[in-house]
Design a protein around this ligand. Structure first.
Ligand code: SAH
Length: 223
């Protein structure tokens, strides 16, 4: 038992996570493996200590640098939509707090390795520390511009974009393996369509699942 559990915080947060999972089930999240990842990944370590008591509310929260950790429902929906089938190698664009990364890396049987890109170095460093603290070692990190993808390790079985481009980056579509799927919020600042692209034999098919609100996908990197 660690210091955390002795203080009772570990147990309390497990109970609050179980409550969150029940709520998500009521909102239509049905994939057991995804729900089990949301039940086990401690979201409170991905937000600042001052906000930890709000970590299991179903809302986005600030993570510094003008960015936000996504709302649990949106994380669950995007993860479930991406993983309609096992997709061993996943590219994530927009590491942010690392919470979505940790969920993707905690889906045994569905995902084996996650490649995650973030343009803001302080966020990437902090995310990496948190994920390592969870003893999660199947993630590779890159400080870079997600618009360029990760060409050296492409193609990917799945791509999840957690910031919104105005239109779908072709470069990312081209880094999908045949049969691969990309989930991406596309649109302007106020509202975006969550779009799903499947790479078929003769091109791509697209469907829209939901309306969402993400921070914009910006070009270039910052130290
Ligand atoms: N999945 C994250 C969401 C973070 S918000 C979480 O759950 O915490 C989106 C992130 O995308 C921000 O950290 C932002 O800096 C990053 N981002 C925006 N444009 C980017 C780009 N071109 N390449 C890589 N990361 C980008």
């Amino acid at each position: 038992m660690n210091k955390f559990d002795l203080a009772g915080i570990g147990m309390t947060s497990q109970r609050t996570r179980d409550r969150l999972v029940r709520r998500l089930t009521g909102q239509g999240i049905s994939d057991e493996i995804v729900l089990s990842a949301l039940s086990s990944v401690p979201r409170h370590i991905f937000v600042d200590e001052a906000l930890a008591h709000r970590a299991y509310e179903d809302s986005a929260l600030p993570i510094g640098q003008g960015q936000t950790i996504s709302q649990p429902f949106v994380v669950a929906l995007m993860t479930q939509t991406l993983l309609d089938q096992p997709r061993p190698r996943i590219l994530e664009v927009g590491t942010g707090s690392g919470y979505q990364t940790a969920i993707l890396a905690s889906l045994p049987g569905l995902v084996s390795k996650v490649y995650s890109i973030e343009r803001l170095l302080p966020l990437l460093d902090r995310a990496q520390e948190r994920i390592l603290a969870m003893r999660c070692y199947n993630v590779r990190y890159r400080h870079g511009d997600g618009y360029l993808g990760w060409p050296e390790d492409a193609p990917f079985d799945g791509i999840l974009v957690t910031a919104a481009p105005r239109s779908v980056p072709q470069v990312l579509l081209e880094q999908l393996a045949p049969g691969g799927r990309m989930v991406v919020p596309v649109g302007g600042d106020e509202i975006q369509e969550l779009q799903v692209f499947d790479r078929t034999e003769d091109g791509f098919s697209m469907q829209t699942v939901e309306y969402v609100r993400f921070v914009p996908l910006l070009k270039g990197v910052r130290q």
